[in-house]
Design a protein around this ligand. Structure first.
Ligand code: 6R9
Length: 646
């Protein structure tokens, strides 16, 4: 039967049939997905093109952990994202690209052209020594070549590791070395608002520490003068002229690695989250089609950067596997002014807009005049992702942007989950401000207390875990499986632990309240407190530091650093700037503390543990009730910290 359906899938693109049509339909599918997950996902997966059908839909245990979806199935994700659309929608736009500058013409790339360019660049990668299983680092701005590079890796079975363009040379080097990448794909520079950022120079700095890298392929964007090292570096534009546009897709096993994406956790070193081909394809596409209720011919605009998981799943893979038109925007929401998103919506008649609460709050703060007069009538669905959305931002988004006519899907998920897990389905689920609402089919959330005991019923809060695998669950952390087990599967037995706190209201709706671990969510970006502390501590004269998050009007959370310096460090203003420069160099500008308070000591317990609870309270401005401080080694430091709070 698999074979027969597979033949059908080859002829047609059935992905649109995946959609849930009503709330009753959702309830039925949800029930089915819990009672018989293998049949449920098996049916969904048949809507894709598999070269060979799988033999076993799911095998799993959360102890090792080991999760295998669609075992024995053979496929290539780019055949699903590109080849199978050629007959039916070859001339339809696959990618619409909007430049950083509104004066530069936008570009439209049809499925046919995208297919050709991906094949060509895949041949360039091969020409430069790339083979199936190699790791390739991509460090690029939001230009079509970034999506092309990602897909070209997938075409030949190389594992891409995209590093967000805002990371420092040191961060790039750490990621390249962790994955032992042999090729880097980058550009001369990047345009970002009125700034020009020298990406190639940053890569050059990184590569001093990266002996595994043999080739650097550089695409031209800014025409910034660059150094091109003979024998190592080459130009994208020259290389593509030397290869053919014919590149048969590598046959991949369903469980072969598709990509690595680094993300921050409680510890100092970012983890390489690994996703595999089959499950990731099925889940990212299924959730794309459902959550946004994408309809044939619509234009989907996800404002994330492809350097984050949201861009991977909902700019590149999900939309393209569904044959959608995906809009890629190179710039920032406030350039040339705070009306840029709305100009883009009007210009390209965007139907689905998927953005982050931090962007909404920021644009809201500029005033409604940037929205007024813009034709937003094409919009059908609005999405939110990355952090909890507060009611005020939700209401503004709903009224000013959606004009009360567009459902808002508040999508909760993580780098590790590969796709959206808890979210309304547009026009199907009744929404509620600040609630991610209900789990999608196949997702089985559970709230537990500190001891891992299930908190049942409604009107309760706890730590959010998932008790059954979905197709795009994290498979491992690259090169260190034990770390994956420890981080996600050891806190609570037989559960995937998300790191998020959550409440379930009287209607059974979920509201994610934020991280319960030492991760700060700054403008939707995950930053580990330990990572920032390590960076600060590298600065000459710094003795010790402690970093916590605090509520920030625009960013959601800001970074508050308490720093102890050696006695002789005098000029605090300059030291503050030096520390910012240090963090920028070690991690990148996104990790710069918003506030730095110099202190002479940190509140520590007798066993030497920093009591972060106290530091968090002070950073929040809530100094009245610091709770029990009796276990502190030296309670007097608390008074000093309170007195100097910023
Ligand atoms: C997709 C993405 C994951 C963390 C996650 C949570 C927070 C994401 C959210 C949300 C509340 C939402 N988060 N979406 N919190 N409501 N709709 O953002 O992945 O960068 O790995 O961040 O972001 O705390 O644990 P990632």
């Amino acid at each position: 039967m698999y074979q027969r359906r597979h033949e059908q899938a080859k002829k047609h693109n059935h992905t649109m049939d995946l959609r849930i049509k009503s709330f009753e339909d959702y309830q039925e599918k949800y029930q089915y997905s819990v009672e018989d997950p293998e049949s449920f996902w098996g049916e969904i997966a048949q809507n894709f093109y598999w070269r060979k059908p799988w033999k076993k839909t799911l095998e799993w245990n959360f102890t090792d952990p080991k999760v295998t979806w669609f075992k024995g199935g053979k496929l290539n994700i780019t055949e699903n994202c590109l080849d199978r659309h050629l007959a039916t929608r070859g001339n339809q736009p696959a990618i619409i690209w909007e430049s950083n500058s509104p004066d530069e013409p936008s570009q439209t790339i049809t499925y046919k052209v995208l297919h050709e360019q991906v094949c060509r660049f895949a041949n360039v990668l091969k020409r430069n020594g790339a083979k199936k299983g190699d790791r390739i680092c991509i460090y690029m701005p939001m230009i079509p070549e970034l999506a092309i590079a990602v897909l070209a890796c997938a075409r030949i079975g190389a594992i891409h590791s995209v590093v967000f363009g805002g990371f420092s040379a040191q961060s790039i080097a750490d990621r390249i070395n962790d994955a032992q990448c042999n090729i880097v794909v980058t550009t001369d520079g990047a345009f970002r608002g009125n700034k020009e950022i020298p990406l190639k120079a940053t890569v050059d700095d990184a590569l001093i520490q990266c002996p595994s890298v043999e080739r650097v392929i550089v695409s031209t964007r800014t025409r910034t003068p660059v150094f091109m090292l003979k024998g190592r570096d080459c130009w994208w534009e020259d290389e593509v002229k030397l290869v053919s546009a014919d590149c048969p897709a590598e046959e991949m096993d369903s469980e072969d690695m598709l990509f690595i994406l680094y993300t921050s956790g409680s510890t100092g070193k970012p983890k390489g989250v690994v996703h595999t081909v089959g499950g990731y394809m099925v889940y990212s596409s299924y959730t794309f089609a459902n959550v946004f209720q994408y309809e044939e011919g619509q234009t989907h605009f996800c404002t994330a950067d492809i350097g984050w998981i949201t861009g991977h799943s909902y700019i590149v893979y999900g939309p393209l596997a569904c044959g959608a038109t995906t809009l890629m925007f190179e710039g920032i929401p406030t350039y040339p002014d705070a009306g840029r998103f709305w100009d883009i919506v009007e210009k390209h008649k965007v139907n689905i807009l998927y953005t982050a609460p931090t962007a909404i709050r920021s644009l809201m703060s500029f005033g409604d005049q940037f929205v007024e007069g813009k034709d937003l009538s094409s919009l059908k669905v609005l999405g939110s992702v990355g952090e909890p959305i507060n009611e005020e931002a939700w209401n503004w988004y709903n009224e000013k942007i959606g004009k009360g006519l567009c459902p808002i899907v508040d999508t909760w998920w993580q780098t590790e989950t590969g796709g959206i897990l808890i979210s309304p389905i547009a026009n199907v689920t009744k929404t509620k401000p600040a609630y991610a609402t209900l789990p999608l089919p196949g997702v089985q959330p559970i709230l537990v207390d500190e001891n891992g005991v299930e908190i049942e019923g409604n009107g309760v809060s706890g730590n959010l875990c998932i008790k059954f695998p979905w197709p795009s669950i994290i498979r491992t952390t690259y090169g260190d499986h034990e770390r994956c087990r420890q981080t996600y599967f050891s806190t609570y037995k037989n559960l995937y632990f998300t790191g998020d706190g959550c409440m379930r209201d009287e209607d059974g709706y979920y509201r994610i309240t934020g991280r319960v671990d030492d991760v700060i969510n700054v403008s939707g970006h995950r930053i580990g407190t330990a990572e920032v502390e390590n960076a600060i501590n590298m600065h000459l004269g710094v003795v010790e530091s402690a970093v916590v998050g605090y509520p920030h009007d625009i960013k959601g959370q800001g970074i508050y650093a308490y720093v102890i310096c050696e006695k002789h460090v005098g000029d605090t203003d300059l030291t503050r700037k030096d520390i910012l420069a240090t963090v920028t160099r070690i991690i990148g500008p996104i990790a710069k503390p918003d506030k730095i308070q110099f202190v002479s000591g940190l509140p520590k317990t007798r066993s030497g543990k920093i009591m972060r609870r106290i530091l968090r309270k002070v950073a929040e401005g809530d100094t009245g009730n610091l709770g029990d401080t009796s276990t502190l080694l030296d309670p007097s430091v608390v008074d000093e910290i309170k007195a100097g709070a910023l």
